[in-house]
Design a protein around this ligand. Structure first.
Ligand code: XMP
Length: 326
């Protein structure tokens, strides 16, 4: 019988058999897969697991707290947090080309994660222990996509940490390898992973860094974070989370338009709403959101986020448009 409870029992036994007394490292991203994989390994080997969370400053409002506070409270994992917000901002300064920004974020992420993993290894070594295992939230569709080889680390995004240096040799622990996304969510709920994490819609590894069209700065991140929080809150309130695959909120940081607010002229930035419906993100259609919901989101964003004076709707399917703007 397939039940979340049975999957957990089987995986706990398998993880214990694989890991023995060794120490284990897991990179947390704030997403569903890494969180559920970590919770499962924690259930199996407890304090032998250390999770590493790189705060790159590109997450949405509330997401850092979801990991640092709520996930830790719910699962009891050992968590090491690297506050690297300044490092990522410095590295991104002066860059507005999308691929360049993606490469910078991916490169910095790997460096920080390696560094943190090295510290965990060194710390364990002082206690005569060995760190041999790295947890990855690889799902069944990823396994199929990458040819299904044993331990084939799928490096689709920088959050799936591949390319670790030769002196850090880990074997992979992949407790979600036989599961589909909805099954992972069921297992996560059974393990008590907080609902905002379990139910999270897809969110790209490079985060808000690729939802600011133009250079990424601290001020622009603040603007986008506020607008995004409002859009998400209203979509949830309207009961639309199931219908929408995801809804990127994009700041056109290099575009300004004239507006009027109160009795003053404004010259602010547009925010783009990109709600899409999809099965697998390979193709997508724009979601026909109710006008009254769009109206509330538009009114709230322009009222509450002072640098934004216009909200526009992306009505492009994929193809030809990608889901993300960069
Ligand atoms: P596009 O923009 O290519 O996005 O239509 C397809 C899906 O992939 C997500 N996405 C990413 N996810 N790292 C990720 O983990 C990335 O670099 C990345 N880029 C895009 C996007 O949000 C959508 O769900």
């Amino acid at each position: 019988d397939w039940t979340p409870g049975n999957v957990i029992a089987d995986q706990v036994a398998a993880i214990r058999a694989q890991v023995g007394d060794a120490r284990v490292v897991c990179g947390l991203s704030g997403g569903v897969d890494s969180s559920v994989a970590a919770a499962l390994v924690q259930r199996a080997v407890g304090d032998q697991l250390t999770c590493v969370f790189v705060d790159h400053g590109l997450l949405r409002e509330g997401e850092v707290e979801q990991v640092e506070r709520d996930f830790v409270a719910a699962t009891g994992v050992n968590l090491v947090v690297r506050d690297e917000r300044k490092r990522f901002l410095d590295a991104l300064a002066g860059h507005s080309d999308p691929e360049t920004k993606r490469k910078i974020i991916g490169r910095e992420f790997i460096r920080v994660f390696e560094d943190a993993a090295r510290d965990v290894v060194a710390d364990a070594g002082e206690h005569g222990e060995e760190v041999k295992f790295l947890v990855q939230g690889t799902l069944y569709p990823d396994v199929v996509e990458s040819g299904g080889g044993e331990g084939a680390a799928n490096i689709k995004s920088h959050h799936n940490v591949g390319g670790l240096p030769d002196d850090l040799q880990f074997s992979l622990v992949e407790p979600l390898r036989t599961l589909f996304k909805d099954e992972v969510r069921a297992v996560g709920r059974e393990l008590g992973v907080p609902e905002p994490i379990v139910a999270r819609q897809p969110f790209p590894g490079p985060g808000l860094g690729i939802r600011i069209v133009g250079e990424v700065t601290a001020e622009r991140l603040d603007i986008l974070r506020q607008a995004d929080a409002i859009a998400r809150e209203e979509l949830t309130r309207a009961g639309l989370d199931e219908e929408i695959w995801q809804c990127p909120v994009v700041l056109l940081a290099d575009v300004r338009s004239v507006g009027v607010q109160g009795d003053g002229r404004t010259y602010g930035h547009p925010i783009v709403l990109r709600p899409v419906s999809s099965e697998d993100a390979m193709t997508a259609d724009w979601t026909r959101l109710p006008y009254d919901v769009l109206s509330i989101i538009s009114t709230r964003i322009t009222n509450e986020v002072s640098e934004v004076n216009r909200v526009v709707l992306d009505v492009t399917s994929k193809p030809p448009g990608t889901i993300e703007w960069e």
